[in-house]
Design a protein around this ligand. Structure first.
Ligand code: CMC
Length: 421
């Protein structure tokens, strides 16, 4: 098999090397394309462009495979906690007992934010979208923790990572408590990282809060399933912002903004909004199935289909089971969830969806769980961000360690040629 690709242009032949990853994915190394041919590539949405070499996450959409550092998400969801998975993504290996203890202790010690941050939060209107608030507060962390990170210093890097892992859940829960008018609180050191996320969000000042193990397990799985997804929109944003040597907090703040959009993390919110709209319209799921199949109707069944997974979304299989457990444990009787179940049943046996390989994706079920837990719809994407944080950190770290050049795509100019005034 050839280890290069030839390109013919203007009666000349140019040769570009092939590169191959550990899972046999091949790519054409075109680093010298412009200097040798004067040409650039045109690839809107970067659908065919590998922006980096990465050893963090492997994804095979045809076979429905998703692995972090070589471990399948099925195994990780079954046997690991979110904080172990975070350690795995960031540092490359699952932690030993001692490493996990140290990691947890470091996070616990840093689980505070400057009280002045509350003034910034207070100045937002209650109606502000939590993702906008979270992005701003994450950015504000820079002002309160100004020391720059020396990429060559392991200690500096670790400190920045610990700070973000520790403070991010506080900021996320505060965006929720602000909307609910609840007092702002901190972590309870006797609880695990995931229990603390639930505790910080839902604890009411006059009541104890003891989430059931089913609820904690479901949140644990949701966070693990969202923890990384290779070079998606928000992760690419984090890497490209970091490539200018902007710091970790600034890069993650930009990633939050990218995740906010309905074509990315915001899809989980869109699923519930669609279900509510169907309910308000009388709950006729068959009518909406027909709309989804009608080529003259722009309506799509939100939570179905995926750009990369054309067989099935491996995350959805796991999360469907967790959704069933949460709903039965909580004895939920919600007409919206009945509509979801009816749509799912109809779509899975409908030839339009079967022929086009349109299966429920992770966002279909995650929205259902969040709603069952009483999380407001506009907080769904914040939950996604809590899960994605270690992935963003791991990818940023990899980008810095690989000393990647500043991200700077080119363009094909289509504006006016020179005009005289
Ligand atoms: N409802 C009805 N028809 C659909 C749907 C849907 N949800 N998704 C795709 N189709 C049809 C589409 O009309 C097309 O039909 P035809 O071949 O007859 O023209 C065929 O299926 C292929 O669709 P496509 O648009 O070429 O597929 P894509 O890979 O470009 O789009 C998608 C993938 C996720 C954007 C799309 O399936 C969709 O819009 N789904 C609903 C939104 C959603 O749930 N998004 C969350 C994705 S998971 C989040 C993440 O991992 O980041």
């Amino acid at each position: 098999m050839s280890d290069s690709v030839k390109l013919s242009y203007n009666d000349q032949t140019f040769e570009f090397p092939l590169i191959e990853g550990t899972e046999n994915e091949k790519g054409i190394d075109i680093k010298s394309l412009r200097s040798s041919t004067g040409l650039i590539t045109y690839d809107p949405g970067f659908k065919n462009t590998g922006s980096c070499k990465s050893g963090v996450t492997f994804l095979n959409g045809e076979d429905g495979i998703l692995r972090y550092r070589g471990y399948s998400i099925e195994d990780l969801c079954e046997k690991s906690s979110f904080i172990e998975v975070a350690f795995l993504l960031i540092f490359g290996e699952l932690p030993t007992k001692e490493e996990l203890k140290l990691f947890n202790n470091e996070i616990e010690n840093d689980s505070l934010v400057d009280e002045d941050l509350k003034m910034i939060l207070k100045s937002f209107p209650k109606s502000a979208h939590p993702m906008g608030v979270l992005s701003s507060l994450t950015s504000a962390l820079i002002a309160f923790n100004p020391s720059s990170v020396d990429i060559d210093s392991e200690a500096d890097m670790r400190e920045a990572i610990i700070m973000l892992m520790a403070k991010f859940p506080i900021l996320a829960s505060w965006t929720h408590r602000k909307v609910k008018g609840l007092p702002l609180n901190y972590a309870n050191t006797s609880l695990s990282y995931v229990e603390n996320i639930a505790h910080m969000m839902f604890k009411r000042p006059h009541q104890d809060y003891n989430p059931s193990q089913v609820v904690v397990n479901a949140i644990n799985k949701l966070l693990i399933l969202h923890a990384d997804h290779e070079q998606n929109c928000s992760t690419s944003t984090v890497r490209i912002v970091g490539s200018s040597q902007a710091g970790l907090f600034a890069s993650v703040s930009a990633g939050i903004s990218a995740l906010w959009g309905p074509l990315h993390g915001g899809a989980n919110q869109a699923v519930i909004e669609m279900l509510v709209a169907i309910q308000k319209d009388g709950g006729d799921t068959k009518k909406y199935m027909e709309k989804a199949k009608d080529k003259n109707d722009p309506f799509r069944l939100m939570g179905f289909g995926h750009r990369v997974y054309k067989n099935f979304d491996p995350r959805a299989r796991i999360i469907k089971k967790a959704a069933d457990e949460v709903l039965s444990e909580m004895g939920i009787n919600d007409p919206i969830l009945e509509i979801a179940k009816a749509l799912e049943k109809e779509a899975l046996s409908d030839s339009y969806f079967i022929d086009r390989k349109l299966y429920p994706n992770v966002d279909f079920y995650s929205g259902i769980i969040y709603r069952a837990l009483g999380i407001p719809t506009e907080m769904f994407t914040v939950m996604f961000a809590l899960g994605r944080l270690p992935g963003w950190i791991a990818q940023w770290l990899e980008m810095r360690k690989n000393n990647e050049p500043i991200g700077r795509p080119r363009q094909i100019y289509t504006g006016n040629t020179h005009r005289s005034l």
